[in-house]
Design a protein around this ligand. Structure first.
Ligand code: HOZ
Length: 430
């Protein structure tokens, strides 16, 4: 019927670099061959070998209501009859922009793009064009896509594969990227003082998800907001993961901190290739064709991606209770994981905010990249396989957050907790 994952991976490596189209899928750090997916429905993933898994990746975030959610599937099927792309404006793009504005704070204007990478890259260019400054600050272990400027001390795949310097990123570009430890407000203040009037932007994942889940310390985001306001720096929230997930208005709403620019990714396409950046009119009006900061894309605002995203976001807006349901499910899982891990005797930390959660094997609080990297991540890699064997699909790296979908029911959460108990006992007795 289907080729096995093993056979497909063999074949894939003959024509795709490393056999995958994005490095984090490769299982390279956890070891073994990646599982090839045949399909997914609700909380479940199905592989080509006939196995099924409870999914905690959810396409790295967007499947907030689970896979193949019927209204999204139907909307795509209907829309595709009218063609897949025009390269000309549509009314649907306005509906989408209006919907985003009605959900998220501080969005006067929003430009659609095709990925989170594009969104962050464009927001940074805009901040530079607006301020006339070159440098920007990012945080160690945060990942803002793979544009050159962001590939400095980055999280996600770069942390997973321990890539500290990316060949092809020129020193000139890297020199304009200043970095600080996450949650270290004093270090940000020092950098800004040292590079007075040179810093265009501070970009941050308001809840970090690319070094596991790391929530902001109390007052940290507020402190960044203050520094940016005082120094004329553009505060960019990368809400690729948190947008429309932590609240209808994302982390800005959930944590009550205003950004100047916000970037979005896959969530606003319900898993289709979409991104967007938006923010205050004073800044956004510098984007072409209003201003001279050029940014463009044939597929931007693609009708199939727009209808998928619009359908998901509208449901999230109309059914506000989804957020409390997500929170309840995540807290239930957290409590169960906590019980399972405390029985094992292995030191651990569980970080969680809203429907983002992860485990680090550490006896210290995990608050930044250094503490995430100092955890027993080799043990996490073994746990990943022990869980996979039990039908639980976690991100294949300790440097990734887990995403909870509202398709998860108590039975699946209980199955996950039971699997963790078993997996820990197996690993610690070996
Ligand atoms: N930011 C996502 C994972 N942390 C991206 C997934 C990918 O790189 O494929």
């Amino acid at each position: 019927m289907y080729e096995s994952s093993r056979a497909l991976f063999e074949r894939a490596q003959q024509s795709i670099p490393g056999g995958v189209n994005s490095p984090v899928r490769a299982f390279k750090s956890v070891g073994g061959d990646p599982v090839f997916i045949r399909g997914a429905k609700g909380a479940w993933l199905y592989d080509v070998d006939g196995n099924q898994y409870i999914d905690y990746i959810n396409s790295w975030g967007p499947m907030i209501l689970g896979h193949a959610w019927e209204p999204v599937v139907k909307a795509i099927q209907e829309k595709v009859k009218d063609s897949t792309s025009f390269g000309a404006p549509t009314a649907l793009e306005i509906d989408m922009a209006e919907l985003i504005k009605s959900m998220a704070p501080n969005i006067d204007l929003v430009r659609m793009v095709n990925s989170g990478t594009e969104a962050c890259m464009s927001a940074l260019r805009l901040a530079r064009g607006y301020t006339g400054r070159n440098k920007f600050i990012k945080f160690e272990g945060c990942y803002h896509g793979h544009a050159d400027s962001f590939l400095v001390k980055a999280g996600s795949g770069l942390a997973t594969f321990n890539i500290q310097k990316v060949p092809g990123v020129t020193a000139g570009v890297a020199n304009d990227t200043l970095t600080c430890a996450y949650n270290d407000l004093g270090a940000v203040q020092e950098l800004v003082t040292h590079h007075k009037d040179q810093v265009a932007a501070i970009i941050i994942e308001p809840v970090a998800g690319n070094m596991g889940c790391i929530p902001p310390a109390e007052g940290f985001l507020e402190g960044l907001r203050r520094i940016c306001t005082e120094e004329g720096i553009v505060l960019i929230f990368d809400e690729v993961m948190t947008g429309f997930r932590l609240a209808p208005g994302g982390a800005q709403e959930r944590l009550s901190v205003d950004a100047d620019l916000v970037t979005y990714g896959k969530v606003i396409g319900a898993g289709m290739p979409v991104g967007a950046f938006g923010g205050k009119k004073e800044i956004m009006q510098h984007i072409a064709p209003l201003g001279k900061v050029y940014q463009a894309g044939t597929l931007s605002g693609n009708p199939i991606a727009m209808i998928a995203g619009y359908t998901l976001l509208k449901a999230l807006q109309e059914r506000n209770e989804i957020y409390s349901e997500l929170e309840e499910k995540t807290l239930y899982l957290k409590q169960g994981l906590d019980e399972a891990l405390s029985l094992s005797g292995k030191p651990y930390r569980i970080n969680q905010l809203g429907s983002m959660i992860s485990i680090h094997f550490s006896d210290q609080p995990v608050t930044d990249f250094a503490s995430a990297a100092a955890s027993d991540n080799a043990f996490f890699n073994r746990l990943f396989h022990a869980m996979l064997r039990r039908g639980i699909y976690l991100p294949p790296s300790a440097f990734e957050t887990w995403f909870i979908s509202n398709a998860l029911e108590k039975a699946e959460l209980d199955q996950t907790i039971a699997a963790l108990k078993e997996a820990m006992a197996e690993l610690l007795s070996a």
